[in-house]
Design a binder for this molecule. Structure first.
Ligand code: GSH
Length: 227
């Protein structure tokens, strides 16, 4: 049996991590049987991040490599009909979401003063009571370093949300009036798009990024359709 190792859920989210939700969404879309193992500590994964997939003695970290593994093992049923251009577009959109929009989400949760206290209150349940302030401070310091290294953390709050809103606008424009990203049938890029939009919507912290998604009826209908 395949096991998906991922962070716990909170609010309406099955996991706190969009990368974990992406993999679980893909597993559900394809009907591949799996079990979830909840992890609180990224150091338990070989690359120091979650998600991690285990299949017998195989251990696969990273959502991108996990989907590749699943496609090789069970067949690429969702994407078989996509043209070469659509496959290229899926890679470009995935990189925009995972390598850029992700860091705006990270900022909104962990660095933006509006999100900071809220995240502390919501996440302290996952750690021993006396240790949780220390653990949350360590996580925040590490994520701040990542945001600075990636570059987003060097901008002002206003600039960061303006960058995030551009990505949301691009996603909404590409989706247009389609039911799914590439038309009437869901494909694997929908697992990524859905995962990240749902994290923005269901993390109940008011900020310009969440407002941009919640005010877009087509994106809200898309998320409801994928749920
Ligand atoms: N490229 C990785 C990214 C995974 C990732 O960034 N996971 C975050 C949670 S959303 C994590 O575990 N971070 C822990 C850390 O950086 O210490 C993937 O696609 O799985």
């Amino acid at each position: 049996m395949i096991t998906l190792h991922q962070y716990p859920g909170c609010w309406e989210l099955p996991s706190l991590s969009p990368f974990c939700i992406k993999v679980e969404t893909y597993l559900k879309m394809t009907g591949i049987p799996y079990k979830v193992v909840v992890e609180n500590d990224p150091r338990r994964g070989p690359k120091g991040k979650m998600p991690v997939l285990k299949d017998g003695d195989k251990i696969i970290p990273d959502s991108g490599f996990i989907l590749e593994y699943l496609k090789n093992k069970f067949g690429n049923t969702l994407d078989a009909h996509l043209t070469a251009e659509q496959q290229a577009m899926a890679i470009a959109v995935r990189r925009m979401i995972e390598e850029n929009l992700y860091f705006v989400i990270l900022y909104s949760r962990w660095i933006d003063p509006v999100g900071k206290k809220f995240i502390n209150d919501a996440f302290k349940q996952f750690f021993p009571r006396l240790l949780s302030p220390l653990i949350l401070a360590i996580i925040r310091r590490n994520l701040k370093k990542q945001a600075h290294g990636q570059g987003i953390g060097r901008h002002t709050r206003e600039e960061i949300y303006s960058i995030g809103k551009q990505d949301i606008h691009a996603i909404a424009t590409l989706l247009g009036s389609n039911h799914y990203f590439f038309g009437d049938k869901p494909t694997s890029i929908d697992a990524t798009v859905y995962a990240f939009l749902s994290v923005i919507i269901y993390t109940p912290i008011d900020n310009p990024l969440r407002e941009a998604v919640c005010n877009n009826q087509r994106l809200m209908e898309y998320v409801a359709r994928m749920k």
